[in-house]
Design a protein around this ligand. Structure first.
Ligand code: RET
Length: 252
């Protein structure tokens, strides 16, 4: 909307959803600047990973800019924007797993399996939210289908191919890094289903009367934790390998 360019979007003091949309936007933006700048300082083999970290938070920042506005104008959940964001950024998180395990022999098929699982997770979640009739049956059915994709990624990171490749790498930094990412998938990603269950007809909505506006509150918190957190883990792996010659100069 043209007018939104010129209007100050007011953030009501008693609206944590609006607040987290705004802070989420700033945090993602700042994280991207950080990852893109630091990319110049790490060794060559880590540059692509840092680029992907910056892309994840950068894509999210752009979506947060629009979601914040959408929510401020309508007071509704920006479901479509949310899922477009995730459809771009979750596969990029799969790329991070792939890049970290590639030196240990990861093949492209691993990346495709992870991406396919995330597409299943997100398409089912989108149907669950966007085409809801407000019934618990609809919410639970698509939530369960979505969880199948989630559990596949979780399994791969903790016990499956990703974990085995990390072990085979014999590189303690990579092993620790992959374990940290696996923790993010287990704990950080589990915040999303909590948000989902606040939708109309969702289990937390039915059982405790949690309002559907909390969907975005949980999603915003989870996004900040996971997208910036993932990037920082990758950054830590990269710098534990020392800096590039240029990077050393910059540090001196
Ligand atoms: C940057 C965005 C990320 C890491 C998004 C992750 C999203 C999920 C792990 C969503 C999972 C869902 C379920 C496991 C069941 C209910 C529906 C979803 C899509 C919220």
């Amino acid at each position: 909307m043209m007018s939104s360019l010129f209007l100050m979007v007011e953030i009501p003091k008693d609206d944590p959803v609006a607040f987290t949309f705004f802070t989420g936007y700033m945090a993602m933006f700042a994280a991207s600047v950080f990852f893109f700048f630091e990319r110049g300082r790490v060794k060559g083999k880590w540059k692509t990973s840092l680029l992907v970290s910056g892309l994840i938070t950068g894509i999210a920042a752009v979506h947060y800019y629009y979601m914040r506005d959408y929510y401020a104008q309508t007071g509704e959940n920006p479901t479509a924007l949310r899922y477009i964001d995730w459809t771009l950024t979750v596969p990029l998180m799969c790329v991070e797993f792939y890049l970290l395990t590639k030196p240990a022999g990861a093949r492209l098929s691993l990346l495709w399996k992870l991406i396919l699982a995330s597409v299943l997770m997100l398409v089912a979640g989108y149907i669950g939210e966007a085409f809801t009739d407000g019934s618990t049956g609809h919410s639970v059915m698509w939530g369960v289908i979505s969880t199948v994709g989630y559990v596949y990624i979780l399994y791969t990171a903790w016990f499956g191919e990703v974990k085995q490749l990390a072990d085979n790498s014999g590189n303690p930094t990579v092993i620790r890094g992959i374990r940290a990412l696996a923790w993010f998938v287990l704990v950080g990603w589990a915040i999303y289903p909590i948000g989902y269950m606040c939708m109309e007809g969702g289990w937390l909505n039915i059982a405790f009367g949690w309002e559907p506006s909390n969907v975005d509150l949980f999603y915003n918190i989870a996004d900040a934790v996971n997208k910036i957190g993932f990037g920082l883990v990758v950054y830590n792996i990269a710098i534990s390998d020392g800096f590039s010659d240029e990077g050393k100069l910059a540090q001196a």
